[in-house]
Design a binder for this molecule. Structure first.
Ligand code: ATP
Length: 196
């Protein structure tokens, strides 16, 4: 049983070095025993469905985190029907790891809109949060959460990469793959994901 459990949710369409950097910073700086990488089946607050199918996003996450023995790629949100609400995931993890210190790791872009997450007050009681700066966005939580959120700001150099930018580069047929682990880039080619 991990005493300190990190949680990194996302669409991972595709997973990239920014995700690995965020997970690694959390693992090192928070002293995590394990970090769950949890690809969403159907992410809330997104207009478009993921381009890559769920099983391919799972496979890419396993490749991206292959060199991190403390990372476990967890398919619970893909198995669960409907919208992948974080509160449902947190409730499950509380049941499975009742004694663990549970920390939800996110980028500053997600922190900025955390007040829009479903049942956020309850979620703040179930997990702590750790944030990594991204794109110059503030790491201060929304004012409405000031009374309930427990937040650690991770100190790490920003990694300026996003799944959106990588999908666009790929769709243009551009061969530049900065920001993707090479194993993930190979998988994308072999499986013809993100066709132009
Ligand atoms: P998209 O561009 O499709 O929105 P994304 O690159 O933001 O995707 P997600 O899978 O949505 O990737 O992100 C999962 C989590 O990882 C989120 O909490 C997000 O803020 C964080 N994250 C993603 N990229 C970075 C990065 N470069 N630096 C820090 N955190 C990041």
């Amino acid at each position: 049983m991990p005493a300190a459990l990190g949680i990194l949710g996302g669409t991972f369409d595709p997973p990239h070095l920014g995700h690995v950097a965020a997970a690694t910073a959390a693992w090192k700086q928070l002293g995590l025993d394990e970090l769950r990488v949890i690809p969403a089946g159907q992410a809330p607050l997104r207009n478009a469905a993921p381009l890559a199918p769920a099983d391919e996003r799972m496979a890419m996450c396993k490749l991206a985190f292959a060199s991190c023995p403390w990372a476990v790629v967890d398919n619970r949100e893909i198995r669960r029907a409907g919208v992948s609400w974080s509160i449902d995931t947190a409730r499950e993890l509380v049941r499975e790891f009742p004694l663990a210190w549970r920390v939800w790791v996110l980028g500053a872009d997600q922190l900025a809109r955390l007040d829009r997450w479903k049942d956020i007050t309850e979620l703040c009681g179930l997990v702590d949060f750790a944030v990594l700066s991204r794109d110059g966005i503030s790491t201060v939580p929304p004012a409405s959460l000031a009374g309930c959120i427990r937040l650690t700001v991770l100190a790490a150099p920003p990694v300026n990469v996003s799944s959106t930018a990588l999908r666009q580069v790929h769709c243009r047929g551009d061969l530049a793959r900065n920001g993707l682990p090479s194993s993930v880039a190979r998988h994308i080619d072999e499986r013809h994901l993100y066709p132009s």
